[in-house]
Design a protein around this ligand. Structure first.
Ligand SMILES: Cc1cc2nc3c(=O)[nH]c(=O)nc-3n(C[C@H](O)[C@H](O)[C@H](O)COP(=O)(O)O)c2cc1C
Length: 165
């Protein structure tokens, strides 16, 4: 695994998130959780390179991102699609889903990613906020919240980007 800068980053995030998704992982090697995410935005704010992820409070991963300052977003080849599908439809509260898909956790900058990742972004939380129904300006998006459980979003400063050799 080697480190690259955001200048060297070449993925088309739109394509990647539409077709391959990613894993959001928070916690330490001793106690972490991971889940599949389909929503991710990237750009610049407050002079920092950032990504923003969106987590419903009902997710077990929510507790981990709340309690830890750093988290990872990791990306996988399409051959791992069924694994990501499993990690996005089962909760770490109930099963050892990482063991089930045979992913191998690795420690990266005091947090966790997986050996199988082709790329991992290590992020430090710099801002988070609960989405507010009253602020939804476009008709139609409320359909995502028929049961409430509004996403909380986390802006993460990109600390490191690692790619597999
Ligand atoms: C393709 C896909 C994308 C998903 N994207 C998100 C997301 O961006 N935010 C979110 O809160 N849940 C998302 N989910 C749902 C969680 O991954 C799912 O509820 C998972 O089981 C939560 O696991 P946990 O309880 O172990 O945290 C997605 C699921 C799939 C399959």
């Amino acid at each position: 695994m080697r480190e690259i800068t955001t200048k060297e980053y070449q993925d088309n995030l739109f394509e990647v998130m539409k077709s391959q998704w990613a894993l959001l992982t928070a916690g330490t090697m001793e106690k972490y959780n991971t889940m599949t995410i389909g929503w991710l935005t990237a750009g610049i704010i407050w002079g920092k390179d950032v990504v923003t992820c969106y987590v419903r409070p009902s997710r077990y991963t929510y507790q981990f991102i709340e309690e830890n300052d750093v988290f990872t977003i990791s990306f996988y080849d399409s051959r791992y699609r069924s694994s990501l599908s499993h990690l996005g439809t089962h909760s770490g509260r109930e099963t050892d889903k990482v063991k089930f898909v045979n992913f191998h956790p690795i420690e990266l900058d005091q947090t966790v990613s997986f050996e199988e990742a082709r790329m991992t972004i290590v992020c430090k939380k710099i801002y988070d906020q609960q989405m507010d129904e009253r602020k939804m300006q476009t008709f139609g998006i409320e359909r995502y919240y028929s049961h409430g459980d509004y996403h909380r979003f986390y802006i993460g400063e990109i600390l490191k980007i690692y790619i597999a050799d």
